[in-house]
Design a protein around this ligand. Structure first.
Ligand SMILES: [Fe+2]
Length: 150
């Protein structure tokens, strides 16, 4: 019963990964201006990473006797870099949530849990990356200059 829930959550994660493949690739294709050189590669690499994740999730769905779906989650489009980042953050948060759900449902399958933990790790870092790009991190240094104590 619990594994059925894991399959459902992983299927949701797979849709996010497929959406990521398309969304980030389109972002890479559309980006213009002085940011293009840096961020086109950034988005292209993210698209490839989503493809790799999709391949792994699909493999696991078959292990769990389920046919991987072929439908992506909704793909968000924009011509503005900041909006592309925001869309990316939303997508990564959605995938992260799906993996967390799958993880709590996969209690008795150690190997499955291990795989999902790897995904949770990757998605968490992607979320952090987008949060930094969107300047959402609230960090402060203690002083303008730091000196080692003699
Ligand atoms: Fe992913």
């Amino acid at each position: 019963m619990k594994l059925e829930e894991a399959v459902k959550a992983l299927s949701r994660a797979l849709r996010c990964e497929y959406a990521g493949v398309i969304q980030y690739l389109q972002n890479a294709q559309l980006i213009q201006g002085s940011e293009r050189n840096l961020h086109a590669k950034f988005f292209k690499d993210l698209s490839k990473e989503c493809w790799k994740h999709a391949a792994k999730v699909g493999k696991w769905l078959v292990v769990l006797n389920s046919v991987p779906g072929v439908e992506p989650a909704p793909v968000k489009q924009s011509m503005k870099l900041t909006e592309m980042f925001r869309h990316g953050l939303e997508l990564e948060r959605e995938a992260y949530g799906a993996y967390l759900e799958a993880h709590s449902a996969a209690r008795e399958e150690a190997a499955l849990r291990f795989f999902i933990e790897e995904m949770i790790h990757d998605e968490r870092l992607h979320i952090d990356q987008f949060e930094k790009l969107l300047e959402m991190k609230k960090l402060a240094v203690a002083a303008k200059e730091a000196r080692a104590k003699a």
